[in-house]
Design a protein around this ligand. Structure first.
Ligand SMILES: Cc1cc2nc3c(=O)[nH]c(=O)nc-3n(C[C@H](O)[C@H](O)[C@H](O)COP(=O)(O)OP(=O)(O)OC[C@H]3O[C@@H](n4cnc5c(N)ncnc54)[C@H](O)[C@@H]3O)c2cc1C
Length: 386
């Protein structure tokens, strides 16, 4: 497999790196302190990203997006992942699933999202239904030309600033040999809407300035015209785009880990104890060596999955392995960084403790590490009827 980059790919990555360093890094401390991206700053960053042609890199060119293939998307995510989440999300990658919009939906949701005029969020998780996605209790029951939605979602990222919600709700049940199975349907819900309450959830230790919300639907009417795809086929729709989302998590984890490792190496080279740089002690140098090796492996795994995706050959297990390995590698890299920085690693004066906190969520969202392992194990056992 050839991972050498074309001149165009090199240029895309360099342009994104430049943007991240000039437009995002300088605001990280402020966002951390405020736990908020000031709205004027958010507008400015979005505007600059659009002007630089960096917005919506994951969307097809004929829709006005970056038109990158999966490898190209990974390359930009490697750069975006370096910056703190609340800021890098302003260089928006509208949810991939929006590409399923049809007719009017394209004008009202997809195209404004690609242009940066409207912003989406995805609402799957419920207080009683996290990993067990089939056990959703939020319902959308058909009544004439509307669905009437009732239920509660939680942990929904940036719903406080989203203009519409990509909602997964149960529209019925089917009988299967394994018992009844919920039929999940995807709906586009404008926010605000009558019958919808959006409120901030509890503060999260990771990614300050990027908030999770609770959504309460109480007889909230959503036009049938806002259904994405067929009724009861929400999971199939989701499954088509989930791989790309997991590669995004893998790539941003690799990008972040590279930044953290660079900082740890510099510290180990400059900090002297017992008359020499601490990096010369085997206990420190070997940590750096192990983390650097894992980082390269995670990047290769992610690029390999993206290459397969571009050939239409990526499996669920490929995406799961990349997400699992990269997010766990990031956890080890940030933990080693704290150790190598010593006490200074835990002081808020430096960003190391922030990187460590922020890394933790990558093993949880978009399917926990255990769920990724389950996907991989199932794919291993399937040929043997397991
Ligand atoms: C900061 C943050 C942002 C989020 N943003 C969004 C969002 O925008 N939209 C959205 O819909 N959701 C979002 N989520 C939800 C996220 O996807 C869920 O937290 C995640 O899927 C796990 O669900 P849970 O938290 O309910 O944990 P649970 O499912 O209750 O799991 C608890 C533990 O049990 C383990 N476990 C569960 N089932 C199994 C199993 N079968 N085998 C082995 N272990 C298992 C899990 O791996 C985990 O360790 C976000 C979460 C966080 C923390």
């Amino acid at each position: 497999m050839d991972f050498s980059l074309s001149d165009e790919q090199r240029l895309i990555a360099a342009t994104m790196r430049d943007f991240v360093e000039k437009e995002l890094y300088p605001h990280e401390d402020e966002v951390e302190r405020l736990d908020e991206v000031p709205s004027q700053l958010a507008r400015t960053i979005r505007k600059k990203a659009i002007a630089a042609g960096l917005y919506a890199p994951n969307m097809p060119a004929d829709l006005g997006g970056g038109g990158l293939d999966a490898v190209g998307v990974v390359l930009v995510e490697l750069e975006l992942g370096r910056a703190s989440y609340a800021l890098q999300m302003l260089v928006e990658r509208p949810s991939n699933i929006l590409q399923a919009c049809q007719g009017e939906q394209r004008e009202r949701y997809l195209l404004p999202a690609v242009r940066g005029e409207r912003h989406d969020c995805v609402a799957m998780t419920e207080p009683e239904a996290g990993s067990d996605v089939r056990s959703r209790t939020t319902t959308a029951l058909r009544d004439g030309h509307s669905y009437v939605v009732n239920g509660t979602k939680h942990f929904i990222s940036h719903a406080d600033v989203a203009d519409f919600i990509i909602l997964f709700a149960a529209t019925g049940e089917e009988q299967t040999p394994r018992g009844p199975k919920k039929l999940i349907t995807t709906l586009l819900v404008d926010s605000p809407s009558p019958g919808l309450t959006v409120r901030r959830g509890p503060p999260c230790v990771s990614n300050r300035g990027y908030h999770q919300c609770e959504l309460v639907f109480s007889d909230c009417r959503v036009p049938v015209a806002n259904r994405l795809g067929e009724e009861g086929r929400g999971f199939e729709l989701l499954a088509r785009w989930l791989g790309a989302t997991r590669l995004q998590v893998a790539a941003t984890s690799v990008g972040r880990a590279r930044r953290v490792l660079e900082a740890a190496v510099q510290w180990a080279a400059g900090r002297r104890q017992f008359g020499q740089p601490i990096g010369r002690f085997q206990g420190v140098g070997f940590q750096l060596a192990d983390r650097a090796t894992e980082l390269e492996a995670a990047e290769m795994l992610t690029l390999r999955a993206a290459t397969k995706m571009d050939r239409g050959a990526m499996t669920d297990a490929d995406a799961a392995m990349a997400k699992l390995y990269a997010s766990e590698m990031l956890g080890r890299v940030t933990d080693s960084a704290i150790q190598i920085f010593g006490g200074m690693g835990l002081m808020t004066e430096l960003p190391v403790e922030r990187w460590w906190r922020d890394a933790r969520v990558e093993r949880i969202w978009d399917g926990t590490s255990e769920i990724q392992r389950q996907i991989i194990a199932r794919s291993l056992l399937r040929p043997y009827g397991g």
